[in-house]
Ligand binder design. Structure first.
Ligand code: EPZ
Length: 417
């Protein structure tokens, strides 16, 4: 297994171009199943999760090709309807095939996604939606067996905001007969991006970026060619890289309004931000002020930046409290950050971070995608050498992060395992 070796304490300088958004691309890849033919997507980064989703689609009979950040998906012969345990257990987002397969084939057999380092990750909301649209759901031997001759429009209110269940519901409803009203939906930009793609394919969806979507079912959808939106979590991760190393850097090809909640908190820590149309420059203060964080669905502070912001708070001038209401157990990075001489204690699900003057390099282990990003950020600031093992976690969601950081002047190398 590969690992990173970082010599911390270096200032960064320059600009980093943000890649396409993993969490927008994954549902859009399965949405390609809603049309027969070849869809083409540009600005697709080289990520393991995207490779894994391509593998799932190939198992379903689609022809998937990827070259130079362009992904093509030809679903002409995608007539299979089972997503096997071997693949789904490796990537929870495989559940996104459920809605499209029901809409396309009238049936789906999807392995129950396992839990992961950030929590149990249930899919009950996904299943409730499909039943509301007329599907029969049976669970046996760890598989979801869903059947439905014709999905019928329905009125559905989500008991909890769920990005994945919202995506699955939209993808099932666009080809259902009649009208579907979805209430209390997720408003993440990735959902907006999925809606834009589906409308381009011929879907009828009203209410984008609001809590209520009205979907009028159509008979069929067409394949499309389009460009993927920038990754707001990668953008936020690099802004925090500037803040934690006290470096004036900029990020480009981003959507500043997608990271407004992070920008607000960075300004509270004393950072100055120069915000352009698709660019943000960060100018950190000499000393970072403590800021409390509670994560909530978009547009509030995202759970996917919680670990990275905690890394920053380990070097603040005081005490900050961090709570993740989306994934309360998403705290695996606490123990690893403490190995770098951070001072973080847990009060139930709240991390109490007492700022220290400096972190010191050590051997640490990545446990999940965003926790590993937090360890990289802490390693960049720590004095001495930090070795991070199991960095396959980071390759799931960041495209060659070490190359982008090297270009900013960081001393980080990947050691092939
Ligand atoms: C998506 O996961 C993202 N993944 C996650 O990013 C992100 O952290 C999460 O949304 C929240 O923003 C992708 O887009 C591929 P949810 P998802 O359904 O859809 C509960 C990353 O690092 N819930 O919005 O699985 C759930 O337990 C990943 O890129 C149910 O109870 O998240 C959580 O408490 C990690 N039942 C809350 O809802 C369900 O059926 C929100 O989860 C589904 C979810």
């Amino acid at each position: 297994m590969d690992k990173f070796v970082i010599n911390g304490g270096k200032k960064l300088t320059g600009d980093v171009k943000i890649s396409g958004a993993k969490n927008a691309i994954l549902p859009i890849m399965t949405a390609a199943l809603l049309a027969k033919g070849k869809s083409i997507f540009h600005n697709v980064p080289h990520l393991n999760d995207i490779k894994m989703m391509a593998h799932v689609l190939r198992v379903l009979g689609a022809r998937v090709e990827y070259e130079n950040e362009t992904l093509s998906i030809d679903t002409t012969y995608a007539d299979y309807y089972e997503a096997p345990y071997e693949l789904v257990s490796k990537m929870r987002a495989s559940i996104y095939v459920l809605g499209p397969l029901l809409a396309r084939c009238g049936k789906a057999r999807v392995s129950f996604p396992g839990g992961c380092a950030i929590g149990t990750r249930p899919v009950d909301l996904h299943l409730k939606v499909m039943e509301a649209l007329g599907a029969k759901i049976e669970i046996e031997h760890g598989y979801i067996n869903a059947t439905c001759e014709n999905l019928k429009g329905a009125k559905i209110r989500f008991e909890k905001v769920s990005v994945g269940a919202t995506a699955n519901a939209i993808m099932a409803a666009v080809l259902a007969s009649g009208i579907t009203n979805l209430y209390n939906v997720a408003k993440e930009p990735e959902i907006g991006s999925l809606i834009d793609c589906l409308i381009l394919m011929g879907a009828k969806i009203k209410g984008k970026d609001t809590s209520h979507l009205k979907i009028t079912g159509v008979k069929e959808l067409q394949p499309i060619e389009t460009e993927m939106m920038p990754d707001r979590i990668e953008a936020g991760t690099f802004l925090i890289a500037g803040a934690i190393t006290g470096s004036r850097i900029s990020i480009s090809n981003c959507v500043p309004e997608h990271i407004q909640s992070l920008s607000d908190r960075l300004i509270q820590t004393g950072c100055k931000l120069n915000i352009g149309k698709r660019k943000v420059e960060i100018i950190p203060p000499s000393k970072i002020l403590p800021v409390n964080i509670v994560t909530y669905p978009y547009p509030d502070f995202p759970t996917d930046l919680q670990a990275q912001f905690m890394a920053l708070m380990t070097l603040s001038e005081g005490e900050s409290r961090i709570e993740d209401t989306i994934f309360p157990d998403r705290l695996m990075h606490v123990a690893e950050l403490n190995r770098l001489d951070a001072d973080i204690s847990l009060e139930k699900h709240v991390a109490v971070v007492s700022g220290v003057n400096s972190l010191s390099g050590a051997m640490v282990m990545a446990t999940d995608l965003r926790a590993s990003a937090a360890l990289v950020l802490a390693g960049l600031a720590a004095e001495g050498e930090t070795t991070i093992s199991r960095i396959y976690h980071i390759d799931r969601g960041y495209d060659k992060i070490e190359v982008k950081l090297q270009k900013l002047g960081a001393d980080i190398v990947r050691i092939k395992g």
